[in-house]
Design a protein around this ligand. Sequence first.
Ligand SMILES: NC(=O)C1=CN([C@@H]2O[C@H](COP(=O)(O)OP(=O)(O)OC[C@H]3O[C@@H](n4cnc5c(N)ncnc54)[C@H](OP(=O)(O)O)[C@@H]3O)[C@@H](O)[C@H]2O)C=CC1
Ligand SMILES: O=CCCC(=O)O
Length: 355
Amino acid sequence: MRSLLLSLKLQRLSLSLLPSHISLSMISLNHRFSSHLISNSFSSSSSSSSSSPQPQVIQSPSRVGFLGLGIMGSHMALNLIQSGIDVTVWNRTNTKCQPLINLGAKYKSSPEEVTASCDVTFAMLADPQSALDVALGNHGAVNGMGPGKGYVDVSTVDGETSKLISGNIKSTGALFLEAPVSGSKKPAEDGQLIFLTAGDRDLYESVSPFFDIMGKSKFYLGDVGNGAAMKLIVNMIMGSMMASFSEGLLLSEKVGLDPNVLVQVVSQGAINAPMYSMKGSSMIQSLYPTAFPLKHQQKDLRLALGLAESVSQPTPIAAAANELYKVAKSHGLGDQDFSAVIESLKSRFQHSDDH
Ligand SMILES: NC(=O)C1=CN([C@@H]2O[C@H](COP(=O)(O)OP(=O)(O)OC[C@H]3O[C@@H](n4cnc5c(N)ncnc54)[C@H](OP(=O)(O)O)[C@@H]3O)[C@@H](O)[C@H]2O)C=CC1
Ligand SMILES: O=CCCC(=O)O
């Protein structure tokens, strides 16, 4: 009975740790999941009288699950399939699974069924809420996890979310790795992503062959939360760079210069970054083909600002940039590429009292 009360407290504790931007109502934790957590805690606490076995992961996982087939996940999963890996896919909008099924992927109708049938499962979801929903919600991934399995969340979320998912996954005896990626749609297509990982080192080692298929490099950064922090900081810098680049393009035009020449000058100088040449000419034409949705960049800035506040680090540039992304999102540009942030600086978006 004592262990049941303990696990109830544990469950309440883990749920009370929900990040402020996630309310319990957003996550339909099903009875089965909570009873699973209780039973698992009960069994682990009852087995705590004997030395509880160290969670192990299958050394060479062969059955790989992939949850979330958006811009990034679809290409990452495709690379695994085309490398001959046994991949089982799931996506909320199940029609997105068909192209991969046609290329040999297996399909399951819930995250739970995917994790139950796979050794290791990757998850590539939009944001903290969806990562939690897929991991811990109705028929969530956690219900299919157990000793010998691994869960690798490659979504971009905050550390608190990552730790909450990790705690619940590990309570089943499985291992957890957070592994958000740097690099956008084309690096995902080309298998050139950069994995920023943290969590169980054994799982990192056993899934590294899959990272090498999907990416060009990988970093192991220690405890869960460090991968999320690194990713958010990189994207905080990138979002500020894009906002500043937008100001430069518009100012060059306003003073009678050719912004295309500005792009050339920048590309030859010390401040060059690949994204300026990649995005500049489209931005000048007010074209924003989506590689990295603006709504996700704004999410990342919001989470990065929360991280900075948690350690009392001033980030005024990122805060100013975030306001521009919020304006662009409020004007319906959230599904456009993040380079559409330039629109928020154009006169039609400015308040009349700015003049
Ligand atoms: N695009 C990029 O350049 C990069 C993106 N990232 C990060 O990777 C993640 C995915 O990005 P990206 O692929 O571009 O995003 P997309 O918006 O293309 O895909 C988002 C995925 O999340 C799923 N999803 C959203 N909400 C829910 C929900 N409530 N329940 C279940 N599934 C849900 C979507 O399912 P559905 O298809 O049904 O909508 C889809 O599979 C994000 O965290 C992003 O910040 C990281 C690096 C680069
Ligand atoms: O999170 C998305 C980042 C996009 C990129 O790294 O180019």
